[in-house]
Design a binder for this molecule. Structure first.
Ligand SMILES: [Zn+2]
Length: 434
């Protein structure tokens, strides 16, 4: 079991809004054994690795609670379009051409970007998920994965359900526990009612949580009310979806009654401010969610609707956006935004027992930021405010997941960066051939 000492850093455990101006961390195997304040005074004998992290800030790795990793292949191809046209005329025709090999390299590109930007856990709902899981296993990152389930056509719906079950059986808990699997019925508008009932039942049977898109657009909610006489939230309650642990992505257009239902079942929320803004979907009432006591994590969504996978940007956006929308400068403060990107993200994914904070016993998913840069001065003021309002993903220098160093001095140790770029260019030449 490897032992690593990281000392001399500013340490932000994200347990409360305090932090250590100087502190140290001890990693043993896959977990954090000790977090201490001040200069490390013990012997450095017995450590396999000792990292002098003076001039760095240590914090929990960021947790991306919603996305579609392989949509990196669509980045920059479909922008500034109405949502339906964006989806039906641009995304779906290209996605239909993607092979499992394309999905694998698309996921590699996403993982490369996320690791370099300090994301240590990501969430994905897509297809050919075995290949995404393979990319997770090889790269060393942690992920929550679902085989997306769409149920228009009964025969196909049945097949997807079987694939989703198979994926849970094949991959849940694999890659040294770094792969977590959920069930992923796609959304109300792609899953008829009877199919949602089945998805709820299968999740109960296999004891895995559910992730699903919810009330992203006005049209989605209106269509659902026309179809069933109720909102998507009320429908999901009726079909028994919320009897399972559930995380919903977006929840932009929800009523107060919807929020009360979400609270009743302790449904977790993936808030994707950049994606909702770029697609012109609106702004989710995240402040209301927090006031209702709901758990809110942050997500980037896929690279076609963001277009980066930069969780520091989401963090800053969450801290800024709701002040502006609510005309309230104290809405969602810096610490709350940092929590949303770390331990509340873990809680949103039902992983809070082990992830999202720096404390003894937690899994060692840790990032280091270079704070010897102008935008981190003056240091005597609040470093958590610096994290929320002035840091960015390029500050990340080192990343550890499950106790293993994956990024060192901005280089991803477990991936061949140049190879990923070459594969992506060659794949896109084929996907986008006239
Ligand atoms: Zn999505």
């Amino acid at each position: 079991m490897g032992r690593t000492l990281i000392h001399g850093a500013v340490v932000v455990p994200v347990l409360d809004d305090s932090y250590h101006k100087e502190g140290y961390l001890i990693i043993e195997g896959t977990r954090i054994a000790e977090v201490g304040a001040g200069t490390y005074a013990g012997s450095t004998d017995g450590f396999d690795t000792v990292i002098d992290a003076k001039g760095k800030l240590a914090m929990p790795g960021l947790i991306n609670t919603h996305g579609h990793a392989s949509m990196t292949l669509l980045r920059g191809y479909a922008d500034d379009l109405p949502l339906q046209q964006w989806l039906e005329e641009r995304c779906w025709p290209i996605e239909a051409k993607m092979t499992d090999e394309d999905i694998y390299w698309g996921a590699q590109l996403a993982i490369l970007e996320m690791l370099k930007g300090g994301t240590t856990t990501f969430t994905d709902m897509f297809y050919f998920m075995d290949r995404v899981a393979q990319a997770v296993e090889e790269s060393g990152i942690r992920a929550v994965l679902s085989r997306g389930m769409v149920g228009f056509d009964p025969e196909n719906g049945q097949k997807l359900k079987e694939q989703a079950v198979q994926f849970v059986q094949d991959w849940h808990g694999k890659a040294d526990g770094r792969v977590n699997v959920m069930f992923g019925p796609h959304a109300e508008y792609t899953c008829p009612k009877h199919y949602l009932v089945q998805a709820a039942q299968v999740a109960t049977e296999y004891k895995r949580p559910i992730q699903i898109h919810l009330s992203e657009t006005v049209k989605e909610v209106q269509d659902c009310i026309e179809r069933y006489g109720k909102t998507p939230v009320a429908l999901f309650e009726e079909v028994g979806l919320f009897n399972n642990p559930t995380i919903v992505a977006h929840a932009v257009h929800v009523t107060d009654e919807d929020i009360a239902i979400l609270k009743k079942y302790d449904v977790r929320i993936a808030h994707n401010p950049d994606s909702n803004l770029k697609l012109g979907s609106g702004v989710a009432p995240a402040l209301k969610f927090l006031e209702a006591g709901l758990t809110v994590g942050l997500g980037t969504d896929g690279a076609a609707s963001n277009n980066n996978l930069d969780m520091f940007e989401e963090l800053r956006m969450a801290a800024m956006l709701h002040k502006g929308v609510n005309i309230d400068p104290v809405a969602i403060n810096a610490f709350t935004a940092v929590q949303m990107a770390t331990n509340n993200g873990a809680k949103a994914l039902f992983l809070e027992d082990t992830l999202g904070t720096l404390q003894a016993g937690a899994l060692a998913d840790i990032i280091l930021l270079d704070i010897e840069q102008p935008h981190f001065y003056p240091k005597r003021h609040n470093m958590i405010a610096h994290l929320a309002y002035s840091s960015n993903s390029h500050d990340v220098t080192d990343v550890f997941v499950n106790g293993k160093q994956l990024v060192k001095d901005r280089q991803v140790l477990t991936m061949d960066e140049k190879r990923v770029y070459a594969e992506i260019e060659s794949i896109c030449e084929r996907l986008y051939a006239e």
